[in-house]
Design a protein around this ligand. Structure first.
Ligand code: PMP
Length: 460
């Protein structure tokens, strides 16, 4: 029996929501006045709200519903696991079949010698684990002073105190502070910050800031560098081709551990199982979450190289979560990976969905509001600009044009997110060419309406 009547009218649900539900990353008083949209059902790339609108979810929830909504197999596996062993931990010399099987599967899928999995319940928790892991690694190697972690401004690694500190979002640091021993370098966002440099020159210049920072902090004080292969929450910033090879070279030169945050990019998003393969990066640790279970259960983790696991595993590691390797979440993740393999979802991204979306997405660059339109696998962004030639930004007088555009998308039953004046997408990986056509058609209509609105308000 449901505790609340789910057949309540939308306005009643919104009233209860406003009275008792405090939303993340939200101005709760403003939302309370407006009323949140109530989602009730999902199927493939489609969501249905309480008013019966059929909405194309071009964000896969929060970049996580990789296999799409409504897969009954996952519900069945969860129910079976709950009946058999709903919970047990792996702290005190015990283990269980779902955690064993999932860890072994991840070791098989992950590149190189990334063979050991420490489980968490989210990406934030996994990155908190990483802070402990890399500092413990250097302690165990007899260099406890090697504890500074380098990261990037406008990176996102979660919103726990540790994850939020690794991230370079000043708004997050402003609410509750930042832990010590984390320093940031600038991001490889050529469109906004590249000036007169070519993308390749700019990629090298931004990567070399890592070397400058290592020298400033002192090479013997740096534990690790963390970065997202492609910044997601920062606006889908796809780095120039020169960036990652140079970061890799610098990490190797100074013996700095490389943590690749694949919370968004893992599990097919870029057309390979991991973006480490797409960008030819050889990390020591990979952070995973989201697509691991396609968001059907909360689960994340850190995949460690043989060397990191051997060093940290040489003694007791004082860290763990009640829900590390939760059996229901692990069983669901395993079934999600089975479906992805059996249905060739990564191959679908690489051979069908990415080539088609790349062609259609690029067409948007001819719109008067759009500067660059970029895509890797199935994550993409468009930069809105008042002047394509100079790659200009909108002024504060115009307001956030991305927000205006997002509102038009929402009205047109398309979920696209905005980050400042960038519009971003990350649809479920099962999206078909016909659904990509709907996505593009609704995106163009929303851009047209946004442009018309700016003109009507005398802003363009
Ligand atoms: N890392 C990255 C790259 C992310 O995008 C996110 C979530 N958007 C996180 C970490 C945090 O994951 P979670 O929200 O599951 O804690």
């Amino acid at each position: 029996m449901n505790m609340i009547n789910t057949n309540l009218p939308t306005a009643e649900l919104q009233k209860l929501d406003a009275a008792h539900h405090f939303h993340p990353f939200t101005d709760n008083s403003a939302l309370g006045k407006k009323g949140a949209r109530v989602m009730v059902r999902g199927e493939g790339v489609w969501l249905t709200d309480s008013e019966g609108h059929r909405i194309l979810d071009a964000m896969a929830g929060l970049w996580c519903v990789n296999i799409g909504y409504g897969r009954k197999e996952l519900a069945q596996v969860a129910a079976r696991q709950m009946e058999e062993l709903p919970y047990y931990n792996t702290f005190f010399q015990t283990t269980h079949v779902p955690a064993i099987a999932l860890a072994a599967k991840l070791a098989e899928l992950a590149p190189g010698d990334l063979n050991h999995v420490f489980f968490a319940a989210s990406g934030s928790e996994a990155n908190d684990t990483n802070i402990r892991l890399v500092r413990r690694y250097w302690q165990a190697k007899g260099k406890p002073w090697r504890r500074t972690i380098l990261a990037r401004w406008n990176g996102y690694h979660g919103s726990t105190l540790g994850g939020g500190s690794l991230g370079g979002m000043k708004g997050i640091h402003a609410h509750g502070g930042k832990i010590d021993g984390i320093e940031h370098i600038e991001q490889p966002d050529w469109w906004s910050e590249g000036g007169d440099m070519s993308p390749e020159e700019f990629g090298l210049a931004r990567a070399r800031q890592l070397e400058e920072k290592i020298l400033e902090v002192g090479p013997d004080n740096v534990a690790a560098f963390i970065g997202e292969a492609v910044q997601g929450a920062g606006g889908v910033i796809i780095p120039p081709s020169t960036y990652w090879p140079e970061i890799q070279r610098i990490c190797q030169k100074y013996g700095v551990l490389l943590i690749l945050d694949e919370v968004i990019t893992g599990f097919g998003r870029t057309g390979n199982w991991f973006a480490a393969q797409t960008f030819n990066i050889k990390p020591d640790i990979i952070t995973i979450a989201k697509g691991l279970s396609s968001g059907y259960q909360p689960i994340g983790g850190s995949i460690l190289s043989d060397e990191v696991a051997a060093v940290v595993g040489g003694d007791e590691f004082n860290h763990g979560y009640t829900y590390s390797g939760h059996p229901v979440a692990a069983a669901v993740a395993l079934e999600n990976l089975r479906i992805m393999q059996d249905e060739g979802i990564v191959e679908h991204v690489r051979d069908v969905a990415n080539p088609y979306l790349a062609k259609r997405w690029a067409e948007l660059a001819d719109h008067p509001l759009v500067g660059e339109a970029k895509l890797v696998g199935l994550m993409g962004s468009i930069a809105l600009t008042p002047n394509k030639a100079t790659r200009a930004a909108f002024t504060s007088e115009t307001g956030t044009v991305g927000f205006r555009c997002r509102e038009r998308c929402f009205a047109n039953d398309l979920i696209m997110r905005h980050v400042g004046d960038r519009m971003i997408i990350s649809p479920p990986l099962c999206i078909t060419p016909a659904e990509i056509d709907v996505l593009i058609e609704r995106a163009r209509k929303s851009l047209d309406e946004c442009y018309a609105g700016l003109q009507a308000d005398g802003l363009m």
